[in-house]
Design a protein around this ligand. Structure first.
Ligand code: FE2
Length: 389
């Protein structure tokens, strides 16, 4: 038995935000961050809810890696407000925090750490809406959320099918002004979701087409969104779609080694999620190709890179295309280029390997490295060397 979970409605394209007028309800609790408040995006969204006759309360305290404490506080405030909509407005962090707050305002006896895929939450009264302001995480379309215990310095990466948003609204208006660096980091996160979602061992017939389409969209539109995103509505719109489509795919098939290694390096070197997972993607793909491959030829053909059905040949063409795309958007291609000090890298190498091996995405990789191979993968990725094992 298997499940495919998805939002009830995804509203996308230009003027998608106007859908807010038709969602119904009287009270919206908006979960967001201080940056979006300063940029005026929160006022814009609040205005749309108010024009629809709804009362709003804004909780703009979500930090870049939302903490359990923030989720608890937001849950209490939301419960006091008694909304019929909880709205996650922002990148992955506000959307993830909104998922936890959506649970806690209805189940105040729970702690955020009680949210897991096995728990029946029984949420019926309130609805959840996600409005992404970046194009990468795909959280608007998934059941996944990541929270951080700031006291114990550990992450809770969890999920539950009941926290898939009822409605996701993906409007390019909100991503037009994203800086190129964030455009690249988040867009490459979406590409990594697409490629890993297609090749993870839990891939299935419901997720395959979504992952292929998302990969194709990123190859086509990320260079444009990076180069001239402030003026290219089509590129912004298609990158927003790509992120959500990849989210639908990977969240129902899981991910692989680039995420396991990227989570580890991101935590130890304090780097953005998309930047680290994208950094490891070509290395882990090369490692997988060397072991016989993992359906990379399907992706390479669908993207239009080759006609080859040969897994080795087409796999290498896809790896080079990923590297080419990353160079186009000026992404750091090695841990050294990322600015990680050699001595610090050596000192943390054992921990890097240990964290990666504990990551849930490690076990759904199409080729799982042994201890020695994992260590060498990190070393090669530090130096920028092609994987030859
Ligand atoms: Fe990711």
């Amino acid at each position: 038995m298997w499940y495919f979970a998805a939002p009830r409605e995804i509203v996308f394209g230009e003027e998608a935000l106007s859908h807010i007028e038709f969602v119904g309800g009287s009270r919206a609790f908006i979960v967001t961050d201080a940056v979006l408040q300063q940029l005026g995006i929160v006022d814009r969204i609040v205005g749309l809810f108010q024009a629809a006759g709804m009362e709003t309360e804004v909780f703009a305290e979500v930090e870049p890696e939302p903490s359990l404490q923030t989720a608890r506080r937001g849950g209490e405030l939301a419960r006091a407000f008694a909304p019929d909509w909880v709205v996650g407005l922002g990148g992955g962090s506000p959307m993830d925090a909104a998922k936890a707050i959506y649970v806690l305002c209805q189940r105040p006896e729970l702690d955020p750490t009680d949210i897991n895929p096995m728990e029946t939450l029984g949420l019926e009264d309130v609805k959840l809406m996600a409005i992404p302001t970046t194009s990468g995480t795909g959280s608007e379309a998934t059941f996944a959320l990541v929270l951080t215990d700031t006291e114990e310095q550990r992450k809770y990466s969890t999920g539950n099918r009941e926290v898939v948003p009822h409605v996701a609204i993906i409007d390019p208006e909100l991503t037009m002004k994203l800086p190129p660096r964030i455009t690249a980091d988040t867009g490459l996160d979406a590409l990594t979701h697409a490629i890993e979602g297609y090749t993870a061992t839990w891939h299935n017939v419901f997720t395959d087409g979504l992952c292929l389409q998302a990969a194709k969209l990123v190859f086509e539109y990320l260079p444009r969104a990076y180069a001239d995103g402030a003026n290219d509505v089509e590129a912004r719109e298609q990158m927003g779609n790509a992120a959500a489509i990849a989210g639908l795919g990977f969240s129902n098939s899981l991910l692989a080694l680039a995420h396991a290694m990227g989570h580890s390096a991101g935590a130890l070197f304090k780097q953005p999620h998309g930047r680290t997972v994208a950094l490891f993607l070509p290395y882990t793909m090369e490692f997988t190709v060397n072991g016989g491959g993992a359906r990379y030829a399907d992706i390479a053909r669908f993207v239009g890179l080759t006609d080859s059905h040969d897994e080795g040949e087409a796999g290498r063409i896809l790896v080079e295309a990923v590297r080419g795309l990353e160079r186009t958007v000026a992404q750091p291609m090695s841990l050294a280029e990322l600015g990680v000090d050699r001595a610090e890298f050596q000192a943390k190498l054992d921990q890097l390997c240990a964290y990666a091996e504990m990551d849930t995405q490690f076990f759904t990789a199409p080729r799982i490295p042994d201890d020695d191979e994992l260590r060498r993968l990190f070393e090669y990725a530090y130096a920028g060397k092609a994987i030859d094992f």
